[in-house]
Design a protein around this ligand. Structure first.
Ligand SMILES: [Zn+2]
Ligand SMILES: [Zn+2]
Length: 254
């Protein structure tokens, strides 16, 4: 099905993975819009709900945890402007080597409506090794395998140690064992994200995930307001992998 037909036949109910100017490092804004800009885009596209999920605090572009009350206030203001839209404060936590496997401690979970988690190049997760192995085609296979084991163990531990709503773009930026990750998502009832903004999960990866009893979610992972609510490319990817749209929690027939 082509993109235009997909848009005519299906709608996106919610977008629970978007970034704002709160993903920033020094004067550089990794996310380009304010909370109200993402809310305006979500309302315009007819979404039922939106989540602001900036990067976890270990990230180079990570949120300042001290700013969470301000983010809540900005969400309240946006809610007043777009009363039909629900807006959640989440986070895209980093999967790292900490006691609970995330850069958000168990005590900090209460500060968010929910926590998504994903792998990024941040300290405490073999960042440099993974970056080189993932981007240099001739990196020795034996080292790739070791990284694959370490990355998989790290993700499985994070999933089993925390209540994570969505595993974001699994397999992007670092090698993993998709079967083991899918099994852990199944056991922990974690949504598997389909996110065409990244190279993974690709069609081959999704064909593995669909063999497990997991549910999927489509996210825009928008870093600019104009991309909030983007879903058709991700849905096309899911369909190419043979995933029944009924298994995608935020897709609805029009
Ligand atoms: Zn991410
Ligand atoms: Zn993201």
């Amino acid at each position: 099905m082509n993109i235009e037909d997909i848009k005519k036949k299906y709608r996106l109910k919610f977008d629970h993975h978007t970034h704002t100017i709160h993903s920033k490092v020094g004067p550089y804004y990794h996310g380009k819009g304010n909370i109200i800009d993402n809310a305006r885009a979500a309302a315009k596209r007819g979404l039922d709900s939106l989540a602001i999920t900036d990067h976890g605090p270990f990230d180079f572009y990570g949120i300042d945890m001290q700013k969470l009350p301000q983010m809540r206030r900005d969400i309240s203001l946006a809610l007043a402007s777009f009363p039909k839209l629900k807006i959640y404060l989440g986070v895209e936590a980093d999967i790292v080597d900490t006691p609970n496997g995330l850069d958000i401690s168990p005590e900090d979970f209460d500060k968010f409506d929910f926590v998504n988690a994903g792998y990024h190049y941040v300290p405490k997760c073999h960042m440099i090794h993974n970056f080189l192995a993932f981007h240099l085609p001739h990196w020795p296979g034996i080292l790739q395998e070791r990284l694959r084991r370490q990355n998989t163990a790290r993700i499985v531990k994070a999933l089993k140690s925390n209540d994570i709503q969505t595993l974001t773009h699994p397999g992007d930026k670092a090698f993993i064992d998709e079967h083991a990750v899918a099994k852990a998502c199944e056991e922990t009832d974690t949504l598997v994200e389909i996110n065409a903004r990244h190279k993974h999960p690709n069609v081959d990866d999704l064909k593995i995930y669909k063999q497990y009893d997991v549910k999927f979610v489509i996210s825009s992972d928008a870093h600019r307001p104009k991309f909030v609510g983007r879903y058709a490319e991700s849905l096309a990817l899911a369909m190419e992998a043979g995933i029944d749209p009924e298994r995608i929690v935020n897709i609805q027939k029009r």
